[in-house]
Write a protein that binds this ligand. Structure first.
Ligand code: ISL
Ligand code: CA
Length: 573
């Protein structure tokens, strides 16, 4: 059986779990393509770049928020769920984009941000107007403590207290993120009904599903207890009280009944920071009718320091593979994994988990190989398919993200030197992943004819889509991986088992589906490594056929030959 003999199912697949064979591409619209020279990416820009996505072979496009927003958190603060932000275009542009995506056999998924709204959303404007407004209870309002202090000691994700005192009524409101992102009160059935109505409106318009922002935060412990103050911190950890709350599964099942029932062909993915394997299995057990899959966060937390992610620790080779293996094993029988290394909240994966200086190409492709050939649905974050790297920011003025700006101010106020605080941002700032997509070697990388809202990475002259149209590029390797998933059922549906290769830095695993077998052997380190496997394993793969490799292999592709830095080999049997 050779690759070219195989069929390409793409989205002709009508099975309820079609998304097991799909690859999702995340667009961060603000930084993807600007069509009108204002320096901000927009919907018509995406329309101009659909060829790239079609050639890459992805099945589903997930759009980070394009709704009307004051942009305190780049659109994750929504002031109108049923309109497009003027900077992004219009509803007509949206309809045109959706039709064009569908014409090309792809699907479109919206970001659903319903843990909180913008403080400029009419619901909140009403809610804050008086203590007896009918929408007062749509948000979390509480009276100050005896000394005027916030109702709990919780810290916001973006530094400082999670509570904001509102002068109008002298009460505090809860905002787990920015103070311009007040949390909705899902205990109130009217809130839930309003959200479901809005979701049905988008599905009626033709969208194919939702990526649900911090969906595991929508149910809170209504007693709102203080959190434990960890060593070295000013605030308490409210996470146990606002994440995975008592009514979370009830809400998701209700949403599923009210919104998704009777609409086949959708894809739903919950973003669930801090989720455990056991909880993930519950969320994604098809029999429970909650969501198709969730984004877990363990592997993107491995390098976080004990006090803050901005003082990270060095990962040892093997830590990433060990963690991903744990998730593969945990969801082997029930549930489904989302496979991702990067998104708009994470540093660039090749810079973080790979080696973007000495082994840029090899590490970008080795990481992609081990990720895409696991059991689960892979997500490609814009620019990852060409190996985009972290941005060499040199001053705080070049940063845009509210999280980075707030943390920097807090760190400097607490006595850090600006240089030291910038060092923390250098490896971990979300802005690393938000610089413009690198299309070509022109001054703004083909992103805009104007002045981009955030700087273009200077390496765009070298790392860009136009420069990678040949075999042997990162882009070509992504295309090959996506094609493998579409053409070999074992990639989508096979079991996963890690193979002990005698060295933690070598991530080797077998996939089995009926009589079809696949073996991946990837050296996730910058040193040469030699796999040592049990004789039974070596025998099983003695007659393997080479399917894919990221580096040229001299002679036959013996899967257990010594591996060069970041070398990855895929064979079939
Ligand atoms: O990057 C983080 C802060 O360190 C994450 O904790 C992030 O805030 C978390 O993953 C939730 O992310 C989502 O919700 C946020 C928004 O800022 C992120 O962009 C979004 O992906 C609030 O809506
Ligand atoms: Ca624009």
């Amino acid at each position: 059986m050779s690759l070219s003999d195989l069929r390409s199912p793409r989205l002709t697949d009508t099975a309820p779990d079609w998304w097991k064979g799909a690859v999702v591409y995340q667009i961060y619209p603000r930084s993807f393509q600007d069509s009108n020279g204002d320096g901000i990416g927009d919907l018509r820009g995406i329309l101009q770049r659909l060829d790239h996505l079609e050639r890459l072979g992805v099945d589903v496009i997930w759009l980070s928020p394009v709704y009307r927003s004051p942009h305190a958190d780049n659109g994750y603060d929504i002031s109108d769920y049923q309109d497009i932000d003027p900077a992004m275009g219009t509803l007509d542009d949206f309809d045109e984009l959706l039709a064009a995506v569908h014409d090309r056999g792809m699907k479109l998924v919206m970001d659903l941000v319903v843990n909180h709204t913008s403080d400029e959303h009419p619901w909140f404007v009403e809610s804050r107007s008086s203590t007896d407004n009918p929408k007062r209870d749509w948000y979390w309002w509480r009276r100050p403590g005896p000394n005027g202090e916030p109702p709990t000691n919780w810290e916001s994700f973006f530094s400082g207290s999670a509570w904001q005192l509102d002068e109008t009524t002298g009460e505090y409101y809860l905002h787990l993120f920015d103070r311009k992102q007040p949390d909705l009160n899902w205990e109130n059935p009217e809130v839930r009904e309003a959200v479901y109505t809005m979701m049905r409106w988008w599905l009626d318009r033709g969208v194919d599903g939702f990526r649900m922002d911090v969906i595991n935060l929508i149910s809170k412990n209504v007693a709102l207890p203080d959190g434990v103050v960890p060593p070295g911190k000013l605030y308490g950890d409210g996470f146990p009280h606002y994440a995975g709350g008592p009514r979370l599964h009830e809400y998701l099942q209700e949403m599923n009944r009210e919104v998704f029932a009777g609409r086949p062909g959708l894809i739903t993915v919950g973003e669930t920071p801090g989720v455990t394997t056991a909880e993930a299995a519950l969320f994604t057990d098809p029999a429970r009718h909650e969501v198709d899959m969730v984004f877990q966060f363990e592997h993107v937390g491995l390098d976080h320091g004990p006090v803050t992610k901005f003082r990270p620790r060095r990962l040892e080779p093997g830590e990433l593979a060990a963690n991903l293996t744990r998730w593969q094993d945990a969801l082997a029988r029930v549930g489904w994994n989302s496979l991702y290394l990067g998104n708009h909240d994470q540093a660039r994966s090749v810079s973080r988990f790979g080696d973007d200086s000495s082994h840029w190409y090899a590490s970008a492709t080795a990481l992609a190989t081990m990720l895409h050939l696991q059991r689960g649905t892979p997500y490609v974050y814009q620019g990852e398919e060409i190996g985009m790297t972290n941005m060499p920011f040199t001053t705080i003025d070049e940063h845009r993200d509210v999280e980075s700006l707030n943390w920097f101010a807090e760190a400097v106020a607490a006595g850090s030197s600006p240089a030291e605080a910038l060092l923390g941002l250098a490896s971990m700032s979300r802005d690393n992943a938000r610089t413009p997509m690198q299309w070509d070697a022109s001054p703004s990388a083909g992103f805009t004819s104007g002045r981009p809202w955030i700087g273009v990475n200077p390496n765009a002259s070298r790392i860009n889509v136009a420069a990678q149209d040949d075999d042997g590029s990162v882009l070509a390797h992504y295309r090959a991986l996506i094609r493998l998933r579409h053409e070999l059922p074992v990639v989508a549906h096979g079991s996963f088992s890690r193979v002990d290769a005698g060295d933690d830095a070598i991530f080797a695993f077998e996939r089995v589906h009926g009589a079809d077998r696949l073996l991946v052997v990837a050296n996730l380190s910058s040193d040469e490594r030699t796999p040592v496997v049990a004789p039974a394993v070596a025998d099983r793969w003695a007659d393997a056929r080479p399917l894919l490799a990221n580096l040229d292999r001299p002679g036959e592709a013996a899967p257990f030959a010594p591996l060069r830095p970041w070398e990855a080999v895929v064979v079939g049997a």
